[in-house]
Design a protein around this ligand. Sequence first.
Ligand SMILES: C[S@@+](CC[C@H](N)C(=O)[O-])C[C@H]1O[C@@H](n2cnc3c(N)ncnc32)[C@H](O)[C@@H]1O
Length: 223
Amino acid sequence: MRLRNKPWVKEYLEKNDKYLISWDKETKINLSDLFNNKKQPVHLEIGCGKGNFITNHALKESDINFIGMEKEETVVGVALKKTLAEFEQRNKEVTNLKYFNDFAEDLSDIFAPSSIDKIYLNFSDPWPKARHSKKRLTYRTFLDIYANIIKSHGILEFKTDNDGLFAFSLEEIAENKNWELIYQTTDLYSDIEALKNNIPTEYETKFHTAGKNINKLIIKKTF
Ligand SMILES: C[S@@+](CC[C@H](N)C(=O)[O-])C[C@H]1O[C@@H](n2cnc3c(N)ncnc32)[C@H](O)[C@@H]1O
């Protein structure tokens, strides 16, 4: 499905702006003002795509506030529509999930240091050409940005079908003093224990169904 320039999106997002985070680029977002349930931990998914993963997390873990960050406005529109439909189907109100149309590059300007409890990064673009390696969302500058916004000893979970990106990410992590590796597998679907709590993303389902191995790593902030 081609998602660019869907004409309904702008109007739809304006109408449903209570599920969106807006940022004035001058001040950092005050997380305790965002959700009515202020005291709950905040988990952020970067590059949430059409929102399957974060919606299912928000449905399952109502004691956590979720933010889905996505750079494409049209994709945010599609994600929000799906979220509202999923919650409605279960007669539930969306009180613990908001979408944010912005870029991972801006995270340190958006959120205060040590303010996010957990970060998810799923099936981010592999950028296979060496000259584009800095754009990979596990490149060292991104790892530093995540370490800045996540709380002390916070956890980041990363899944990818792309073996090259996975190997690259492990190398970047090994070189980065902000993070320690606490789990890794190149075949998530053969790790029964890890699978128990696994919520698949849209890309994950697609690749796993096609027989591709799914890589996963978990890292913890060292300080
Ligand atoms: C390959 S898709 C994966 C979507 C979803 N996470 C999944 O696993 O099904 C990557 C998503 O990340 C978004 N994205 C890529 N770079 C980004 C960035 N720098 N900041 C925010 N979102 C980004 C893309 O627009 C796209 O929706």
